[in-house]
Design a protein around this ligand. Structure first.
Ligand code: IFM
Length: 560
């Protein structure tokens, strides 16, 4: 209650200053005490605003991407950056929290953590690796729960949950309400065991970009080993085919939960899962082999890793089975090729918006399991995650000889059968279409992805929270696809391929403790390593190896 002497015509201003602390923050033991202390230190609203603006500027100056020649894309990229920053920023580095798919903006999925960090963390890796480390530590703290889950289900290693909350147990729903029919149905989505592959993928990316070996020795390696152990125990050897099957899983395409008519959930040899398991096992072996002898010894003793187990992972990694037809199309899962084709035009004509075809079909008394259709990219995620060359290497290592244009063929085949029922889907297809040189299609899909939350593309889901995967992914795509920034090797590499109407892009990134500023124009590229422990820094620009001198701008003509 305030008692104020009021006078006619004289304005009265009340300022309310609030301070919030949480016991989830490791540095905070008594939240109320911290809040009171903070309030006591506050002078007034204007001063707080000034401090806040300053803190924002420091973060923003690092993260901003400046696009010349496309006001709409620029605004949307900044909108996405803003919403990602209010969800996770360096201020959160000491929190025991993952990044929920719908940010801190709404209640969809009850704040559960899924695999969406796979799309989100690349952006944080290059600016705020401490945030990535903290998100990976959130998983590490729940590793024991994942080990229990593996054990309870008859496996070894660690089986991370598809959807989880603070205690790390599996919290995915087992029934699903179809708003089209008003009926409840079974939900097998917890069989998306590929969530642990996303964790392994994020671990490997973090390690490569940050070079944080101490983290890997103490935490990351255990997670990688336990995830490998889980998958090794899930593989079944087929003597006849001389290869390994993985069954009872779902891929990222949530429309397919089981084979037609089956009473049991899960599919066999989901190509995305099998290829990513192969990738992960070889990556884990590579990580181990690159360590020094002392380090290896430490991990051998601590985690009981021996040559026999490494050999088994090597064997599995080269013998996982997928099926490829005569046209070079990799089957999404065993049995997909036998499914019925859907009359897409008829459904579009009848329903208009068919992005949730699963609900439409179920309401008609049919099952999406019976058709060749997908909610979102599944097999194609392999190429999104690993890039064309690495994915190709893995497939060849697994023993598959594919036609020269098989990526294009698989892209055309699967995109024609995808309804984009997840906002993540357009992002992935836009990325691949651009890399394949399908610029018009790519740009259309990119702009749809970039506008997802602005226009509430799914007709109502934005109100339940923004979509972090597509937000962070569309921002990172500017760097990874339009500028071809590749940080998967030992040195950064760039080779711009800007959208034809863009005049230029400026951005920053950090790779293994060296901070870079980049300005790309239609004809030239400028790069400077402005902060580094090294004096000479190697980068690759359009195939050319460049030795940068710390603090000196390097200019390159892109028309050479
Ligand atoms: O993780 C995603 C999934 O891939 C598609 N459905 C929504 C989930 C949460 O964003």
């Amino acid at each position: 209650d305030f008692r104020v002497e009021a006078r006619k015509g004289k304005e009265i201003v009340l300022e309310k200053l609030v301070s919030i602390y949480t016991s989830q923050d490791k540095k905070v033991t008594i939240p109320e005490k911290h809040s009171r202390m903070a309030i006591d230190k506050m002078i007034n609203y204007d001063r707080e605003l000034e401090l806040s603006a300053r803190a924002w500027k420091n973060i923003w100056d690092e993260l901003d991407i400046n696009v010349a020649g496309d006001r709409k894309a620029q605004k949307l990229i900044r909108l996405h950056l803003y919403h990602m920053l209010v969800t996770a920023s360096p201020h959160h580095k000491d929190l025991d929290a993952g990044i929920p798919p719908r940010g801190l903006h709404g209640e969809a999925y009850r704040g559960h953590i899924f695999w969406d960090e796979l799309y989100i963390l690349p952006l944080y890796n290059i600016h705020f690796p401490e945030v990535v480390k903290s998100v990976l530590m959130y998983r590490f703290r729940r590793l024991d729960r994942a080990k229990d889950a593996a054990r309870e289900n008859g496996f070894r290693g660690a089986m991370f949950p598809w959807q989880s909350g603070s205690d790390g147990r599996e919290e995915t729903q087992i029934v699903h309400l179809n708003p089209v029919s008003g009926k409840w149905g079974e939900d097998y989505s917890r069989l998306q065991r590929h969530v642990s592959l996303a964790i392994a993928f994020n671990l490997c990316n973090y390690y490569n970009v940050s070079g944080d070996k101490a983290f890997m020795m103490k935490y990351g390696s255990e997670m990688l080993f336990e995830i490998c152990r889980f998958w090794a125990s899930k593989c079944e050897y087929d003597r006849e085919k001389e290869g390994y099957h993985i069954s009872k899983v779902m891929g990222p395409d949530e429309f397919h939960e089981k084979l037609p008519g089956s009473k049991e959930g899960g599919l066999t040899d989901n190509a995305y899962t099998n290829v990513m398991v192969s990738w992960m096992m070889s990556k884990t072996i590579e990580f181990f082999e690159k360590l020094g002898e002392d380090e290896k010894e430490k991990l051998r003793n601590k985690y009981k890793i021996n040559d026999e187990e490494l050999e088994r992972w090597r064997h599995i990694s080269s013998q996982l089975l997928v099926r490829v037809n005569d046209d070079g199309i990799i089957e999404q899962f065993r049995g997909y090729f036998d499914l019925k084709e859907l009359d897409w035009d008829a459904y579009r004509e009848k329903y208009g918006d068919i992005h949730r075809l699963d609900r439409i079909l179920k309401a008609e008394g049919k099952s999406p399991d019976d058709y060749k259709l997908a909610k979102q990219a599944d097999l194609l995620m392999v190429f999104y995650n690993l890039g064309f060359e690495k994915a190709d290497r893995i497939l060849r290592k697994m023993g598959y000889e594919l036609p020269g244009d098989y990526i294009r063929r698989n892209f055309d085949y699967y995109i024609a059968r995808t309804s984009h029922g997840s906002t993540l889907s357009r992002l992935v297809h836009a990325d691949l279409a651009y890399r394949l040189g399908d610029y018009e299609k790519a740009w259309r899909m990119y702009m749809e992805a970039l506008s997802s939350d602005l226009v509430d593309i799914q007709g109502g889901t934005t109100g339940e929270g923004i979509h972090c995967g597509v937000m962070a992914g569309t921002v990172y795509m500017v760097l990874s696809v339009f500028c071809r920034l590749d940080l998967s090797g030992d040195e950064p590499s760039l080779c711009p391929d800007l959208p034809s109407h863009w005049k230029g892009v400026k951005f920053n990134f950090t790779f293994r403790d060296t901070h870079f500023r980049v300005a790309i124009f239609r004809e030239t590229l400028e790069i400077i390593a402005d902060k580094s422990l090294k004096e000479k820094i190697k980068v690759h620009i359009c195939g050319e190896k460049i030795n940068l001198e710390r603090g000196r701008i390097f200019k390159m003509n892109l028309n050479k």
